[in-house]
Design a protein around this ligand. Structure first.
Ligand SMILES: Nc1ncnc2c1ncn2[C@@H]1O[C@H](COP(=O)(O)OP(=O)(O)OP(=O)(O)O)[C@@H](O)[C@H]1O
Length: 340
């Protein structure tokens, strides 16, 4: 059940010329996602057909009956079921469907004769509310670059082509809509968990929100990330012992969750953690995603089997190209088939 939040919330601005659910032409082809000449939203981005229907959420979290677009349903192996998607027209907050098509990223030629380098080519995929999409692949295959591209964080000198759509439209991600958790935990070692999260709440939450509500909201976020017992423990650092590495990662995620983002990007959320701590971190994220209808995209390195089971969808990259994109539950079968 989604928690109603007093925080300002981004919503797609309706197009002045045509409503969102008809975007892509509203043609039979776009609705069914099959056949027809040329480009169609429904064919390329299957969720568009469901969006256009404006169907009510299913009771079991699997979307409306007869839903033939993208699977919003969790993989059967997923330990955490996504929340019922709040469909357009039935709720003021339908969540974020992120889609990308034929994305190519390259580094421009350098000043000292360095040749342009292609990092990603022809990457297409999607992620929806309540889902955890894992981006996996060997080191240097382009996971972080894809995450940065989707989050609009590419630096200067890097060029990008292709289309990235939020709820079917080219939108800039406003503050509070999305959050990005980097690999590094930048935390004050002398603060307690509660102090660190309260401090960020003071900075990030609207000035009009009373301090007592900010603290209550911060407490709720700390607890939902499973840090209730460590609230008053010092974070610690190299010289002073404090909370564990996994807890430190969860504090970092807590801080990014304060604004209740609809879209969460995570770069290597489990790096440096053992398999139990990794599972703790990812299971809390998956649970919040499911409950809040949050869309999660995470670049992940060598997850354990238990962590992998939490992923609903997998984007497997190699040499900057997609090797597999689909339900995580299908990945083993496909990989086994191709590796014979
Ligand atoms: N600004 C840049 N200039 C030149 N090359 C770059 C730049 N950014 C990324 N690359 C190259 O692009 C490739 C992909 O980098 P990226 O960091 O996305 O890989 P990754 O899959 O996240 O790796 P890892 O798992 O080791 O973190 C690497 O070969 C990297 O050297």
């Amino acid at each position: 059940m989604a928690v109603s939040s007093p925080l300002p919330r981004w919503a797609p601005t309706p197009s002045p010329s045509r409503p969102l659910w008809l975007w892509g032409g509203g043609t039979p082809d776009a609705r069914t996602g099959s056949g027809g000449e040329g480009w169609s939203l429904g064919r390329i981005f299957p969720w568009a057909s469901a969006w256009q229907r404006r169907a009510p959420a299913g009771v079991d979290g699997r979307g409306p009956a007869g839903f033939d677009g993208v699977e919003v349903a969790p993989s059967t192996r997923a330990a955490v079921a996504p929340a019922p998607v709040r469909w357009a027209g039935t709720d003021e907050d339908p969540g974020v469907f992120l889609t990308w098509e034929d994305v190519c990223v390259s580094v421009a030629a350098g000043a000292y004769g360095a040749q342009p380098v292609s990092i990603l080519s022809g990457i297409t995929g999607h992620a929806g509310p309540g889902e955890v999409l894992a981006i996996m692949g060997p080191s240097g295959c382009g996971k972080t670059t894809l995450l940065d591209t989707l989050a609009g964080r590419l630096g200067p000198g890097i060029t990008q082509t292709g289309s990235i759509l939020i709820n079917g439209r080219r939108e800039k991600l406003a503050f509070g809509t999305s959050a990005y958790v980097t690999q590094d935990n930048v935390l004050m070692s002398t603060m307690s968990v509660r102090e660190a999260v309260y401090y960020s709440a003071q900075l990030q939450l609207p000035g009009s929100m009373p301090a007592v509500e900010k603290r209550a909201h911060a407490d709720a976020v700390i607890r939902e990330m499973g840090l209730g017992d460590a609230m008053d423990t010092r974070i610690g650092g190299r010289m002073t012992k404090g909370i564990s590495g996994g807890q430190r990662k969860r504090v970092t995620i807590c801080i990014e969750m304060l604004t209740r983002p609809r879209l969460l990007f995570l770069d290597e959320p489990t790096s440096g953690l053992d398999s139990a701590a990794s599972y703790h971190v990812m299971s809390h994220i998956a649970r919040v995603a499911a409950r809040e209808g949050m869309t999660v995209v995470a670049a992940v390195h060598q997850p354990s089997g238990d962590v992998f089971d939490l992923f609903h969808r997998l984007c497997l990259l190699a040499y900057g190209r997609t090797v597999f994109f689909g339900p995580a539950s299908d990945a083993n079968q496909v990989i086994t088939l191709h590796c014979k």
